[in-house]
Write a protein that binds this ligand. Structure first.
Ligand SMILES: [Zn+2]
Length: 284
């Protein structure tokens, strides 16, 4: 509708503008012969000029029309841009939302309640860099079995992190952000509420009792290699594989494993190298 109006108006403009010119040229010609004209003719010419100016005036007054339509189209552009800036979480089925489920899905847009604490936290006896590392009871047996199997292959896995509370995660993120800035911190550390560690189902490993080897170099250690080959057999997956930053939102973290249960871990393992939970659940 507004387009038609615009066209009509521009047609009017095209018609009226030349008219003004024609008239004014006529005026020149006629002014030169002013003395030859009767006063009535002069009045008629003036009336025509006034009418033309009046019509042009109405057209100019109505002209703001195209302006709001330009504004509204700009508004449409803004609306198109906004959803890209605010990433909406993908709706998930219940077993991926329930924090108590071993398949709960956490990423940068799917979070846990700030007050969520796993129902049962335990401290299984395995090699770790601290005596007080707690884990979700649902993953404890699998963790013990995996550590024992690694040990049988002369590989020692050191657990450096298990359950991390919302408050501690908040401190970690803020400390890191204070050092490298929030954008950089966001690539490697989850904000409070967005960490799998809050479920007690995520684990960081090291090949050193000091637990300092949480770097990509861990992938080339005996412990790192053993986990890449065998973790899935116990229900664990490397959560942030190499080259999948665009999918997971995190840089390569060969030390961070997630307990997801044997069925899902096996399926992800069989789907191919560096396959992610996001791809498995068709979230990305
Ligand atoms: Zn971790």
């Amino acid at each position: 509708m507004s387009e038609n109006k615009e066209n009509l108006e521009s047609t009017q403009k095209n018609e009226t503008v030349p008219e003004i010119k024609d008239d004014s040229s006529e005026i020149k010609i006629k002014t030169s012969r002013l003395s030859d004209m009767s006063p009535i003719k002069i009045v008629r010419i003036l009336l025509i000029i006034l009418t033309v100016l009046f019509v042009a005036g109405i057209w100019l007054r109505n002209r703001p029309d195209p302006v709001p339509s330009a504004d509204s189209s700009a508004g449409t552009v803004d609306e198109d841009v906004q959803p890209e800036e605010t990433v909406e979480p993908t709706p998930l089925p219940n077993e991926l939302i329930d924090p108590a489920s071993i398949t709960v899905f956490i990423d940068k847009t799917h979070s846990l309640p700030a007050d969520y604490v796993p129902e049962s936290l335990v401290t299984p006896y395995i090699n770790s860099t601290s005596d007080v590392i707690q884990v979700n009871e649902k993953a404890a047996d699998a963790l013990k079995s995996m550590a024992a199997a690694a040990s049988d292959s002369s590989v020692t896995l050191y657990l450096t992190a298990g359950y991390i509370s919302y408050e501690t995660q908040d401190d970690y993120f803020n400390d890191r952000a204070g050092m490298v800035g929030e954008a950089e911190a966001n690539k490697t550390i989850a904000k409070a509420g967005f960490s799998e560690h809050q479920t007690g189902l995520a684990f960081d490993f090291s090949d050193e009792p000091s637990g300092t080897n949480t770097t990509v170099a861990f992938a080339d250690t005996d412990a790192g290699k053993w986990l890449i080959e065998h973790a899935w057999e116990y229900g664990f997956i490397m959560r942030y594989p190499e080259g999948k930053e665009a999918v997971t939102g995190y840089t390569y973290q060969p030390w961070h494993y997630r307990y997801i249960g044997k069925d899902v871990a096996k399926a992800i393992h069989e789907a191919g190298e560096n396959y992610t939970l996001e791809e498995y659940y068709k979230i990305k």
